[in-house]
Write a protein that binds this ligand. Sequence first.
Ligand code: 1J1
Ligand code: MG
Length: 259
Amino acid sequence: MALLTPEDLEDLLNKLNANNDIIKGATGEDISQICEEAYGTKPGNQKVGIVPITAGNGIIGNFSASLLAITEYFGLEGFITEHPDMTGYYEAVAGGADIILMADDHIFIAHNLSNGKIATNHICTGVIYSEIASRYKHADSKDVLVIGLGRVGYAGASHLVKKGFNVYACDPNTEFMNKAIEELGVNAFDIEKPRKFSMVFEATPNANTISEGMIAERCLVSTPGIPCALPDDLVEKYDIDLVMEPLVIGVAAMLYSIF
Ligand SMILES: N[C@@H](CCCCNC(=O)[C@H]1CCC=N1)C(=O)O
Ligand SMILES: [Mg+2]
């Protein structure tokens, strides 16, 4: 899985505000409203404990501070524990946290101790970014293109199939592709027979995975993927609403899913 870097997390709330404006313009609602509708919840007075974790590649600069900024952006009280790992976990619980946020290199969880609900970043990110793509107000059909069927892409494809969209998906990994066809019933997108989609959800760690034949003149591309899936020339040439943000939107979905 691609790990965030401190650079990815610079200027996070400005990036969020810019993306929120694009989301509002393309779907008619902002990220908080979409999360409220997707999960049927609202923020309350939950207290959030953020526990740095030193496992694996270790602590990522700006990561815990970003989680605190995100927590406060959505109106919740948060704190970062002084210690990492188990000492930090104990500190968070003893400090009255209702919700614990913590991540190692393989999984990033939000656990609500009060109601027992638990969420992962990869599933919530897949759900919320595909949800955003599916709400494009200029959509010309129920067709959605999903690029990438890893943990995030698969979660998004599953969400869209459940919501009744016509999901076309592609992934160079044939095992991932066959799994999605068998388990979700997605249509295999064939680059040799391109269709022009007005809604695209991309979840790959590669650049320029979207090519000209795949998108309509006016479309919404929604992706948590780093680096950008869109080549610069396409962004110039077409009327593309691009929602691309490294962390806040996925964490917002984690929080709303456990309120
Ligand atoms: N253990 C580190 C955090 C490691 C997070 C790694 N996971 C990612 O980078 C995923 C989560 C969202 C996007 N990629 C710390 O506590 O500072
Ligand atoms: Mg995100």
